[in-house]
Design a protein around this ligand. Structure first.
Ligand code: IMP
Length: 467
């Protein structure tokens, strides 16, 4: 039998580009939807025919009943949250038994790792799911005779021993954790309870996915977080704790790179970033970052903003900071799982070109095109797009980290004619949007295969010339 292949869907900006809805809409062309990095920190939304699902750990092929879902060893497992996700799916009639498999080599997030992360959350703006400390412990392996990396398979087969190890690891770190209120006994108890329910999902061995590829399976990897949040090449230290580049899919997804067929990149026409870190096209710059990240993102919430501002009125005011708030409210840009306000920015083609090039993206999806006409009511009266950075930053290729650092300088903005939202459909594109897409394709050297024109699975404008 002929070998199968895998494609990788990767976020090209700062996360939340809508990768899940693209994977969901492409899923018919594959047999298996798999994950290779991250864990409960990811928030993925899929929406079709009135069903809206907010997922974190489970791959987003759930709405396709005939697809296998796989979590690779590069992912971290937050067991209680995973069980809650499965229960929520089961409550709406989606049962994953027999089609959901987890690598036995996934590391399990432990209580001391969550606690350590929470203590650091305000400083880096993490999601507080223990990602950084858990990946660090995985690399550290053991400390003073204590096993720091507890893996799913081992936890299932040596439950008492591994739970005792979890407790011991907490006490090992107790000095650093004493300021935090954390209910260790109930966490351990809940973990033990989840194991019975999750036992049936462990993959038979670490070569499961590789074997499926050898038998001809078509696999799509759904990247979590995005290129600019890569632990090594992103905007360090304001990044996630795993590798987000598509090249990591083979390693964290437990397959050989030999099977890779193509890379599918996803970007968003109005950008966002959640957490701290540089964001060159941010509307309102540093002021916006400080505002959004006040009290670790818990202060200026969706509820607070909706009580305080009228977004339509704010849209018409002078000032990028105000425009950023208005767009966040009108586009609903708040964290799927954390509820934090997302910082908003113009589409940044300098950054997009870098990401397309660094990942060798074969084809591009641009989500949220339907929201671009909001700019026509703003001071720009057209769609603004960043096409060059201030001179000090303009040297692509000289040092990636420096390129996307903080700047107070003003970037060059190109304006594109806005368009009437009613002219946007699955079959035709208004002139203004067509001109913007042409510019993106030439600037980034990559074809756009689809444009998101609404949140539903069906609301994608497919460009027939690209396949
Ligand atoms: P962590 O992944 O929880 O360690 O958080 C590190 C950084 O990555 C923070 O700035 C988070 O806001 C960001 N981050 C983590 N997961 C996501 C995601 O799914 N979307 C967007 N940003 C994320």
């Amino acid at each position: 039998m002929a070998n199968g292949f895998y494609d990788v869907v990767v976020g090209l900006q700062y996360g939340d580009e809508g990768k899940a809805r693209i994977v969901d809409s492409l899923a018919d062309q594959y047999d298996i939807v798999a994950r290779f990095n991250g864990g409960a920190n990811a928030g993925h939304t899929v929406q079709s025919k009135g069903v809206k699902l907010a997922l974190a750990q489970i791959p987003c092929g759930v709405l396709h009943g005939d697809k296998i879902l796989y979590i690779g060893s590069g992912c971290l497992l937050s067991l209680k949250k995973l069980k809650d996700e499965l229960d929520a799916l089961s409550a709406i009639g989606i049962d994953l038994e027999g089609r959901f498999l987890i690598s036995p080599f996934c590391s399990v997030v432990q209580p001391h790792q969550i606690a350590l992360d929470l203590l650091d959350a305000a400083h880096l703006g993490t999601t507080g799911n223990g990602m950084g400390p858990a990946y660090a412990d995985r690399a550290r392996r053991a400390y003073q005779g204590c096993l720091l990396n507890i893996r799913f398979g081992e936890l299932l087969s040596k439950q008492d021993k591994m739970l005792a190890q979890m407790r011991a690891n907490w006490h090992q770190h107790a000095n650093s954790l004493e300021t935090l209120e954390f209910d260790l006994p109930s966490y351990i108890e809940q973990t033990a309870e989840t194991l019975e329910a999750l036992n049936k999902y462990v993959a038979p061995h670490g070569l499961y996915l590789q074997e499926q590829l050898q038998k001809g399976a078509r696999v799509v990897f759904e990247g979590a977080q995005s290129v600019m949040l890569d632990v090594a090449r992103g905007t360090v230290p304001y990044v996630t704790a795993s590798h987000t580049f598509p090249s990591y899919a083979c390693c964290g997804g437990d397959v050989s790179p030999k099977f890779c067929r193509k890379i599918i990149g996803v970007a968003k026409a109005i950008m966002s970033r959640v957490g701290h870190g540089p964001f060159p096209s941010e509307l309102g710059g540093r002021r916006s970052e400080e505002y959004c990240m006040l009290d670790a993102g818990k202060f200026n919430t969706r509820e607070k903003e909706s009580l305080q501002y009228n977004p339509r009125e704010l849209l018409q005011r002078e000032g990028d900071f105000e425009l950023g708030i208005a767009l966040r409210m009108l586009c609903g840009e708040y964290g799927t799982k954390t509820g934090r306000p997302r910082r908003i920015g113009m589409l940044d083609l300098v950054q997009l070109r870098y990401a397309v090039n660094a990942c060798s993206v074969d084809q591009l999806f641009l989500n949220r095109c339907d929201l671009l006409p909001l700019f026509s009511k703003s001071q720009y009266e057209a769609v603004p797009v960043v096409t060059a950075y201030s001179s000090a930053q303009n040297s692509i290729g000289t040092g990636e980290a420096e390129l996307f650092s903080y700047t107070d300088a003003t970037n060059s903005v190109e304006l594109f004619e806005s368009f009437d939202i009613n002219e946007l459909s699955k079959h035709s594109l208004p002139e203004g949007l067509q001109a913007l897409v042409n510019r993106i394709e030439v600037f980034c050297g990559c074809s756009a295969r689809g444009l998101g024109i609404g949140p539903d699975r069906e609301e994608i404008h497919w460009r027939s010339s690209v396949c």
